[in-house]
Design a protein around this ligand. Sequence first.
Ligand SMILES: Cc1ncc(C[n+]2csc(CCOP(=O)(O)OP(=O)(O)O)c2C)c(N)n1
Length: 626
Amino acid sequence: MKTSSIPDTSTTTVSEPVVATGNEPAVTESVVLLSGNEAIARGAVEAGVLVAVGYPGTPSTEILESIADRNDIDVRWSPNEKVALDVALGASLGGVRALATMKHVGLNVAADTFMTAAYTGVGAGLVIVSADDPGMHSSQNEQDNRAYARMAGVPMLEPSNSAEAKQCTVLAFEISEEFDTPVLIRTTTRVSHNRGIVELGTRAEHPVKGFAPDPAKYVMVPGYARGRRPVLLDRLRRLADRSEVSPLTVESGVGSEFGVVTSGIAYHYVREVLPEARILKLGMTYPLPIERIRAFSESVGRLFVVEELDPIMENDIKAAGIAAEGKSFFPQIGELSPDVVRRGFVAAGVLIDQPGTHPDPAPPTVARPPLMCPGCPHTPPFLALKRLGAVVTGDIGCYTLAALSPLAAMDTCLAMGSSIGMAVGMAASGGAGKPVVATIGDSTFMHGGIQGLADAVYSQANITVIILDNGTTAMTGGQEHPGTGVTLQGATTTAVDLVGLCTALGVTHIKVVDPYDLAATYNAIEAATAHVGPAVVITNRPCVEAPMKVRDRPYAVISDACTACQACMAAGCPSIIWSDETYEGRRKVIIDSATCTGCTLCAQLCPPLAIVPVPLIASPVEVAGV
Ligand SMILES: Cc1ncc(C[n+]2csc(CCOP(=O)(O)OP(=O)(O)O)c2C)c(N)n1
């Protein structure tokens, strides 16, 4: 668990922030540096939130982690984003302010609840944070979740920096209660992870209102839901009026030749490239303040819209009959940057590029393929699967790296939990005559895999499901989940029993195996694939990085015994490196004892038995991370 370093002091609220001017308040006890995520969490604290829930996912994860140690807020991980939003909505209807956090694809999972929560409205304030990932730094797609606000009819706020992130969160709770609606806060990676100056305010206490039963509002059967649809549309009209006077809209700059409408991190890029330009920065981006934009457009010759990803504001503005230019100059794919924005304005003819007047973009970093950690317990099952020649439907987690060379043992990866359903379908297609195996991490199984396994049982699919149970959500930094038996605060709770769960679902062939025993792992998977009907294999070694590094005596290569067969290289372990010595023209290997975890996998792969534990005297046993 990561805990907060945000001091809890009292002072005034933040003023309208802009890009750095050099006149910002000095960092003091009540003026602190926070990431956007920490600032959202801080905003929730000051807004008097009592329940905060989410499912980890970059770039949103730290929001909950940064307030996990507060004893005045119930902060929890849920098994997935839909459950998180259900919990938050339930808390809100129960009369307490609630926050739900997730990454952009998480809102797909929560969308069923989200769309209808717009109908029910709230009890106390309900704020949902969607942290989007333009550029796909750590995601399977780069969908633009601003579209969700429009589809659901839910107001949306978009901060451009940490100070605004806090301000937006406080405001979002107010809007939620005033208009009886969930409110979406949308950030992107750069806003979530950048640090900026934030003035801390006091925590507002709101008495718990309690649940006020109102079936016509909260029971969304068709007869009642029909009554809520006009309520939603009327609310949107009133929200549009509020957007026109939002304190989050800031106009700056001089000149009438052209003006720029922008929001989020793109605002800072525009300010950096055109410091003096007329800019209308929007913070409430759904509903848009169309009349404010119209008035702004009438005061300039050309109107540009600079926004990351889809032309969402641009289309709305054009649909309102306002002439605007945007995606013809600024790309729809990936992140913007000052350099990309500069090139757009040069192409638009409002900026003359003068070489040497701006810093060159940073040189590209050296490309390095992502690798599994030394000693990762996910490696052996994929070595076994490769040898077995199985069709492998994969899932999302550290083990997805098995799709890459040298393992190259995964055929599909789509969305969290999809591996099992896809395996069922693959088996129905005949699976190219090969064994069909789904591989899924423990957190992902809890998130979205259980229903797929129910389907495998229901359809008696001939598939094997390997649950790679490393006891954590490793890929997002090691968060707990219902299978770990530990809460976000590190307290012990009841763990969901994987074997018991699979048994209860009706799986009759279940084998738990130690993945560090390569032969046993291979045999377990082979036997499972021979079983008629769904079979489950569960690997049981903890992640080498969590909760603390699990390390044993490192291994070393006896150079004289190494025949340079390079069989150990199949593991793709970063601790195995080339030696300067050769044998019959091929390079031998050595092991970096500083990073070797002593998992023994390479020793099991070595035909001449040249890989042995380093003698205790020469290299003390190391337990890192304590
Ligand atoms: C819908 C959705 N929510 C969250 C994420 C972020 N995410 C990627 S993998 C993962 C879980 C990884 O945990 P696990 O399945 O246990 O595998 P491990 O990384 O531990 O091997 C999460 C939460 C995502 N990609 N999609």
